[in-house]
Design a protein around this ligand. Structure first.
Ligand code: HAM
Length: 419
């Protein structure tokens, strides 16, 4: 029969790598707690309309990357979430989470985008998302950025640089957009197909074209900064001042517009040069209009999400692979009645906090001891019929050159501690 393989762009995370994931998750969650963010868990499936409205009809995600279908039973248009912000805001509105004030929230889990898979870009990938809901000021924008810098330190990662921009208010952007479209139309002969296509659907996205010819044209395009009003400028100055005070370096990238339409004012990305084309490990910004767009009462908000695959690739590249947690003990047993004693002993030691593997599958003492050795366990605990009769266990250090000893069960904990 033919073998069945995983779906393209959707990866298994195998033991070995999964340990690096667990350690990453432990560090990230401790860090989130330190900053006062609380966990929220949303479903993986939402109404398609949520993402259409929130992310925007003319974005790559909504135009071509969503896994959407019509549910035959309910006759609903549904989508596997391509990101978490829309769901988080939907949940905040649905459960009136802001009724008693702003909320700092985080979520984690798989996201799904039908992109062309390559290194660092997958169809099922994982994010940690961090959302500060109900906060209007630049202080929260700065907090979100400062906390990222702290996480890179916790993870031992260097060389992740920050790009920062402001895209103003929707009104300012509309004025800018219309001038940009005029400029692009005048220069359309020098644009590529992609830029010409986007010129009318999502003109701001032409700004982050990777095509050097398009970039040359854009060098003389109008700049968003000249369209910013007083309030937007003050907000941006506030973010920059606080980043300065926290000692966070950044570069202003006027081309940074992000691939989702819900942003306003501050946008930012953290980028590593070590990951090739998919170097953005984290991206976010302010999205003050999203609550209203999803049908809630207006509420300011800002947040970011980071890509676990990309960050863990950096952690592993920095040779920060955690040591596998080997068992403290491996219980081998043979002979009439020893199985029950072995089960009880293993449970007793686990209850005392030790990692204990109980041999399964039978076999001679010799073959069981081989398994004990290859498990990486520090000690073997051996129960034969003699030991069973005497209510004792034979104990052998597997990683130290010491004689095997036969002891009463109550001495085992002391010996295991020495392992
Ligand atoms: P995003 O920029 O689309 O933003 O994704 C955030 C991060 O997820 C990216 O910087 C990248 O590290 C990772 N990522 C995205 N797509 C893929 C992929 N196909 N494969 C692997 N990693 C990927 C958002 O999702 C927004 N919800 C962020 C946000 C939260 N803004 C405000 N709050």
């Amino acid at each position: 029969m033919s073998t069945i393989q995983a779906v393209r762009g959707m990866n298994d995370i195998l033991p070995g790598e999964a340990e690096a994931w667990l350690e990453f998750e432990t560090k990230v969650e401790a860090w989130l707690e330190r900053y006062g963010y609380r966990n929220i868990r949303m479903p993986l499936v939402e109404h398609t309309q949520l993402f259409r409205r929130a992310i925007g009809e003319a974005t790559d995600i909504v135009e071509k990357e969503m896994y959407s279908w019509r549910d035959e039973l309910s006759n609903e248009e549904l989508t596997l979430r391509p990101e978490g912000t829309a769901s988080c805001v939907r949940a905040a509105i649905e459960h009136s989470l802001l009724h008693d004030g702003p909320k700092r929230l985080w979520y984690a889990g798989p996201m799904f985008r039908h992109e062309r898979p390559q290194k660092g870009r997958y169809r099922q990938f994982h994010q940690y998302g961090v959302e500060a809901l109900g906060y209007p000021g630049p202080d929260v924008d700065a907090e979100l950025i400062v906390m990222c810098a702290a996480l890179w330190r916790d993870l031992g990662l260097e060389g992740i640089r920050l790009e920062l921009n402001t895209i103003g208010s929707p009104e300012e952007r509309a004025r800018y957009r219309s001038d940009l479209v005029s400029f692009l139309e005048k220069n359309s002969g020098r644009l590529d197909d992609d830029a010409r296509r986007r010129m009318h659907t999502n003109p701001l996205r032409t700004l982050d074209s990777k095509n050097p010819m398009v970039q040359e044209v854009l060098a003389s395009a109008p700049a968003m900064t000249s369209y910013l009003g007083e309030a937007s400028l003050v907000h941006f100055e506030g973010v920059k001042r606080l980043l300065g005070a926290a000692g966070i370096g950044y570069s202003i990238n006027p081309q940074l517009v992000r691939g989702l339409d819900y942003y306003n004012l501050t946008v930012f990305e953290w980028i590593s040069n070590r990951l090739g084309a998919q170097g953005t490990v984290c991206g976010g910004g302010r999205y003050d209009g999203l609550f209203e767009l999803i049908g809630g009462r207006p509420a300011p908000a800002a947040g970011f999400a980071m890509g676990n695959e990309r960050l863990i690739a950096l952690v592993l590249e920095a040779e920060r692979r955690p040591e596998p947690r080997v068992p403290h003990g491996y219980v081998v047993f043979q002979g009439e009645g020893t199985d029950g004693c072995a089960v009880a002993l293993a449970e007793e030691l686990r209850a005392a906090g030790f990692r204990i593997v109980l041999h399964a599958g039978g076999g001679s003492f010799k073959s069981q001891m081989k398994k004990a050795d290859s498990s990486g366990a520090l000690c073997a605990l051996i129960i034969g019929e003699d030991e069973l009769r005497a209510n004792e266990v034979s104990f052998k250090f597997l990683r130290k050159n010491e004689e095997q000893v036969r002891v009463k069960r109550d001495r085992l904990i002391e010996l295991l501690r020495k392992g």
